[in-house]
Design a protein around this ligand. Structure first.
Ligand SMILES: [Zn+2]
Length: 254
């Protein structure tokens, strides 16, 4: 439900079949490898600890960027306030998890645990972190406010992906310009459709045609559903105003 959805665990390693080892075969399997045991073992250890350090550093960096996103991104702040009002308070430690992911996935929403996965090996900049956090928080918001059937109803998934692409800044003009797509007519619609289809294909084994058809079917209503924003936040300052108005909407006497 993401730019990639939650990562799947790799299949467990196949146990070695003792029969396949055979008996009486040439014992040439260690030929050449036992020559420098200290060297290879030492190198292995060193590599392992370097890998551990790299992962540890990435995890720490991810946590820091997440904290900054939650404290300073107006998209995240509005979504966190809205979720609190809906009775789904989000806690940084419980609902976010920085992890190593496969491929070029940036994040995902795991509806079974209500956790947002942030791919620490693929998010390198604060602006990217802000967008991923906003995108996944929209899935979390949808999960909280509606009974979303993520797995059996592809229209539900499509709708949330449309909203996430439309409202998270994924398709803001600046992002698009850096992708050399500016000047495109109706670029927001095109960008949102395109990203929604790609997000669905990342987590569901269906054809591109089916994904496009589903997105088209629900597009109109989901594209125009801006909740909890009162507008499409095309920029950080749009989101800031939306947040301010959201807070005032809340305070307004009934
Ligand atoms: Zn998504």
């Amino acid at each position: 439900m993401a730019e990639g959805g939650s990562s799947e665990m790799p299949p467990p390693e196949q146990p070695q079949d003792p029969e396949s080892r055979g008996s009486g075969g040439e014992r040439d399997d260690d030929f050449g490898y036992g020559l420098f045991p200290e060297r290879s073992r030492g190198g292995g250890k060193k590599q392992q600890s370097m890998l551990y350090k790299a992962v540890f550093t990435r995890n720490h960096k991810c946590q820091v960027m997440l904290q900054i996103a939650l404290e300073s991104s107006p998209y995240a702040k509005l979504l966190l306030d809205a979720m609190k009002n809906t009775g789904c308070t989000v806690f940084k430690d419980r609902h976010f998890s920085c992890e190593e992911c496969d491929g070029c996935v940036s994040g995902g929403f795991d509806s079974s645990t209500s956790q947002i996965v942030l791919c620490q090996n693929n998010i390198h900049h604060q602006s990217h972190m802000n967008r991923v956090v906003a995108h996944e928080l929209i899935h979390a918001f949808d999960h909280c406010r509606a009974h979303v059937d993520w797995f059996n109803n592809i229209r539900h998934l499509a709708c949330s992906e449309i909203r996430a692409a439309n409202l998270s800044g994924d398709c803001s003009l600046l992002n698009e310009m850096t992708r050399f797509k500016f000047g495109l007519k109706q670029h927001q619609q095109t960008c949102v459709k395109d990203r929604a289809v790609r997000s669905i294909l990342a987590v569901r084994n269906i054809s591109k045609e089916v994904a496009e058809k589903t997105v088209d079917e629900v597009f109109e209503s989901c594209f125009n559903d801006h909740e909890p924003f009162d507008r499409v936040p095309h920029s950080r300052s749009d989101a800031k105003y939306a947040h301010r108005d959201f807070q005032n909407r809340d305070r307004a006497p009934v």
